[in-house]
Design a binder for this molecule. Structure first.
Ligand SMILES: NC(=O)c1ccc[n+]([C@@H]2O[C@H](COP(=O)([O-])OP(=O)(O)OC[C@H]3O[C@@H](n4cnc5c(N)ncnc54)[C@H](O)[C@@H]3O)[C@@H](O)[C@H]2O)c1
Length: 291
């Protein structure tokens, strides 16, 4: 039988009261939106006034879409956008979501650490940079971890909680509960190239491309095999088209450096990227895409 205490903990997932987001682009705006809907106050900090205004526009557009679906919106003053990391002073959690550039992220994390309370949790939304490499330059690596959100954040159901060598277990527990509090499943993954999702997803995608190269089956039949045979919601080639062939190639090259030949990108992937066929965003990848 469940004890009353356990039941209470499970029934009342705690939302951080104040959340900071550095970088209010595609992912940062989505992360802000998710915590706002869960009842947190969210401060988005951008690099200049123009991008701060754009970030506000993105979050407000996402909130308007939620309202149209009948979701109750937070108070208007629950969201602030600015260019001042001083806004993070009271934050329980700050998520770094600036572009995927190691030097940029190191600078961003130093700015965040300089602004937050000692007990705040700091997270990076990096999709490929090692959490330990980022933690190496931090003063409080025990308060730092990866929170790998998926794109688009409102429609995604998963966040990878990526633990560095120094991340405190209590920080992992807290972050996991916060992820659950915004209605997403959390999986805890040790810091390793590609975490869990990209490594497995890219492995399947690369093998599907090799099968296409070898003439084993058509793109449609390879995808249908996984969709109908294994109940994947979408086959690996269609998924690659939607993610972007260039994005997948970049991840494969990185995984090849870490794990060797099993992640060597197939020539067909390189050729399509070189020809500018990047998938849905350019109208052609393994499939033809129209509006
Ligand atoms: N887009 C995806 O599919 C996806 C999925 C998972 C994780 N990620 C990761 O999320 C992070 C952000 O990606 P994105 O797609 O949202 O990028 P994006 O380019 O849409 O947004 C980045 C934002 O950061 C801002 N920015 C740049 N420098 C800044 C600075 N010094 N201080 C404050 N803000 C700054 C930019 O103005 C921009 O609004 C990256 O690490 C990326 O790898 C992306």
């Amino acid at each position: 039988m469940t004890s009353p205490v356990t039941a209470t903990v499970r029934d009342t997932p705690s939302v951080p009261v104040v959340v900071g987001v550095l970088g209010g682009g595609r992912m940062g705006a989505g992360i802000a939106h998710a915590f706002l809907l869960a009842g947190a106050c969210v401060h988005v900090v951008e690099r200049d006034a123009e991008t701060a205004a754009q970030a506000r526009g993105r979050v407000e557009a996402a909130l308007a879409r939620s309202a149209a679906r009948g979701t109750r919106l937070p108070d208007a003053d629950a969201l602030t956008t600015s260019v001042d990391t001083g806004a993070f002073a009271e934050a329980d959690l700050v998520v770094e979501a600036v572009p995927e550039d190691r030097a940029l992220k190191l600078g961003a994390l130093a700015r965040i650490e300089g602004a937050v309370r000692d007990d705040a949790v700091v997270a990076s939304n990096t999709s490929s940079i090692s959490i330990d490499a980022l933690a190496g330059a931090m003063r409080r690596p025990q308060r730092f971890l990866g929170l790998h959100f998926f794109n688009p954040v409102p429609a995604s159901a998963l966040v990878e909680v990526v633990t560095g060598a120094d991340t405190a277990p209590e920080v992992v527990t807290r972050a996991t509960r916060w992820v659950e509090a915004i209605g997403k499943a959390a999986v805890v993954v040790r810091d390793a190239p590609g975490f869990a999702s990209s490594r497995l997803g890219v492995a399947l995608g690369l093998e599907a491309i090799r099968m296409l190269e070898e003439g084993v089956a058509s793109a449609q039949d390879i995808d249908t095999a996984m969709e109908r045979g294994y109940r994947h919601p979408m086959g690996p080639l269609r998924t690659t088209d939607i993610v972007g062939l260039d994005v997948r190639l970049g991840i494969a090259e990185e995984l090849e450096r870490a794990f060797g030949a099993r992640f060597t990108p197939p020539a067909l992937l390189r050729d399509l990227v070189a020809q500018g066929h990047l998938g849905r965003k350019t109208g052609r990848g393994f499939y033809e895409w129209s509006e």
